[in-house]
Design a protein around this ligand. Structure first.
Ligand code: UDP
Length: 245
């Protein structure tokens, strides 16, 4: 079992991409019925004032370090954190291995049409992949029984859910038992990137750990959210001193 590291009250797993993929596959094989979360700085910041989200994360089977901010925080707090395990990359790795292992995947979330485009992309990138259902992420409470029934009928091993943070985590938690899916993961903008609606940062920016800056620049509505990063740095620094007293 990977080591858990307390970052601002959320226990984040210290593990490599390879280990994360293995662990998720094991949960699928065991039909474990678990939630996996991908924690970036913004999510960890939100958990400091959103107790429901914090509880969901601390009850999750796996919380992977999504983003340079999370890895930095672990290091700053004096812990080993081998690498960043971005939700987008984790989803791609799982899809890459899915055909050979026969895993069934359901794409839930994002704007109408996007999950279908992401499915077409997945079928091109990962021949033989079984994307057993798609459903957009814009719905009212009255639509939920039908969405749940569709997911149940599709019998996926893996449910990728892109409703944004924290909606996806809360929705998955609420219906975890009812859905009975072996593994569910909140994957944010993954289908948008796969469908080409949104671009991922160029490689050099990812390597320079600047993906957060790229995302802020590309989506002006997110620009305000960039402030979460400096706030996160201060919070982690204070957290460290409180814990060392
Ligand atoms: N989204 C959705 N339903 C909603 C709100 C958002 O399906 O009610 C989708 C949105 O279309 C996008 C994804 O959730 O594809 C992630 O959105 P965003 O990038 O804002 O979220 P975050 O980065 O916080 O995960």
């Amino acid at each position: 079992m990977p080591k858990k590291i307390n970052i601002l009250g959320v226990n984040v797993d210290s593990l490599t991409m390879r280990e994360a993929v293995r662990q998720v596959e094991q949960y699928m094989d065991e039909k474990a019925g678990v939630l996996v979360a991908t924690a970036n700085a913004e999510m960890l910041m939100r958990a400091t004032y959103d107790q429901e989200l914090k509880d969901i994360l601390n009850a999750a089977a796996l919380v992977v370090p999504d983003g340079a901010g999370t890895v930095w925080a672990a290091h700053h707090l004096g812990h080993a954190m081998p690498e960043r395990v971005a939700g987008y990359d984790l989803a791609q790795e799982l899809m890459r291995e899915a055909p050979a292992r026969g895993y069934r995947i359901y794409f839930f979330g994002s704007a109408p049409g996007v999950a279908d485009k992401a499915k077409a992309k997945a079928e091109k990138l990962y021949p033989g992949i079984q994307v057993v259902g798609t459903r957009n992420g814009y719905f009212g409470p009255e639509d939920e029984p039908e969405i749940i029934a569709d997911i149940q009928a599709a019998k996926p091993d893996l449910l990728l859910c892109a409703l944004g943070v924290p909606k996806q985590e809360k929705w998955l938690k609420k219906y975890q038992q009812e859905l009975g899916v072996p593994v569910s993961i909140g994957v944010g903008g993954t289908f948008d990137v796969m469908a080409g609606v949104m671009k991922r940062a160029p490689r050099w920016m990812q390597k320079a750990k600047l993906e957060w800056l790229f995302r802020g620049m590309m989506q002006p509505k997110r620009a305000g959210r960039l402030m979460a990063l400096p706030k996160f740095v201060f919070k982690v620094h204070h957290f460290k001193h409180e814990h060392n007293r």
